[in-house]
Design a binder for this molecule. Sequence first.
Ligand code: NAD
Length: 491
Amino acid sequence: MQVTLPDGKSYDQPTKLFINNEWVDGHGGSIESVNPATEQVICSVEAADESDVDKAVQAARNCYENVWRKVTGAERAQLMRKLADLVEKNKDLLTSIEAADSGKPKYGNCDGDVDELIYVLRYYSGLAEKAGNGVTISTSNEKFAYTIHEPYGVCGQIIPWNYPIAMAAWKLGPCLAAGNVLVMKLSEYTPLSMLVICNLVKEAGFPPGVVNVVNGYGAKAGNRLAEHPDVDKIAFTGSTATGRSVMKAATGNMKAVTMELGGKSPLLIFDDCDLAKAIEWAHIGIMYNMGQVCSATSRILVQEGIADKFVEGFIKQCNEASILGCPLDQKTSHGPQVNKIQYEKVLGYIEKGKAEGAKCILGGEAAPQNGKGYFIKPTAFTNVNKDMTIWKEEIFGPVVVIDTFKTEEEAIAKANDTPYGLAAALFTENIRRAHRVVKELRAGQVWVNSDNDSDPRVPFGGVKQSGIGRELGEYGLSIYTQAKAVHINLD
Ligand code: NAD
């Protein structure tokens, strides 16, 4: 359907399910896309029910068995590069759609997501020809063995709404490079941008059935994909609670499972750090993407002697660098929360923090723009303790808790006191301390003197209840292949 975005761009928005390179009807009701900055409906798209997911899996299976298995790594690489080029050509439109649909600022945020997709496709296209490579193993004089890395076959992929394009990228790139086909379920909160990218998949020349993308609700379409007996692997990104249910659903046919889940990541600031840099990164670490980042450093721990100076600088930085406004404006760096549900959830946490006795030192309230939108001011609490809800739970909004510590041991103990283990960051100029603390932190990634850096060449994932497996880099390719051992007897 023809859609006109708030920046005046008019385009043809696909609204159906992308199966076998065709747009087909969905039978699971409809999903309304609402611009969270204006609260206006952009359009409705069709949702998949269980039977639609079955159809998508069938299309993927047919394609895998009859076509894709025979396509070489070199040919896969070429298709992926073509898709990257087409995404690059359509970058401006894609960033406008994403900004309107999700509320993420177009500049410095949505453009980063589209760049991520382009880079991830190109990076993994370089690995497509190497994905099958194994090793030769000497066993005895008469025998040896070798391994081949084979694709799983049909992969189910379920993604969240906070990075609709980038999260899809992390799954598409390695999955295709390794020689799998896929059925991806998008988040019902951000249904638009990936559907437009599906048209580019077809234009790039991917055979029908390699990439199948559906919108749909978690309990129906997501659950069916997770439990489907003909899906060989499920890759999930979302909350820990949903991850648990996806894992259970996947047990029927013992699917391989990878999980990218939630977090409550700590940022440790030692008194020997470059404080100005620490303040700058601490702001990015929690306020980027309006705090809707799985690895956001939402718990800041500052050494006692510099705590007052840090707090003063952090408030100033938030006031100067978080510029609220229309996501399509060049100067906006802080848009609305993705929708009304999340907005109310985050405001609820803020109220809970106040009620439980924490001191709100920044923000702490909604900030509609011209009377509209799900905007929330950057918010910070001090006087917190480990029993408070806002200290323990993932808020997934622009809300940070700030606590202090006296010693390195205390900092590490507080940092690790969480069921999550996605990420951690620390600031110190002492190289010995940096490496010592890195070893002690229970997290899938640790940033030293930076915060929330991500690079497609570097693995990303969590420990404890933050995940299973790693995406990105060569590790990210390995989770989409399995080794076959071949024993040769020359006797
Ligand atoms: P969510 O768990 O509510 O939903 C994620 C996806 O799962 C959506 O597509 C949803 O429709 C689907 N889903 C819901 N119920 C399902 C079910 N029963 N079976 C199958 N699928 C189901 O998460 P969200 O609110 O979309 O995203 C926010 C969460 O994602 C946060 O916890 C965040 O930390 C996490 N996240 C993690 C990473 C990471 O890499 N570790 C990255 C981004 C987001």
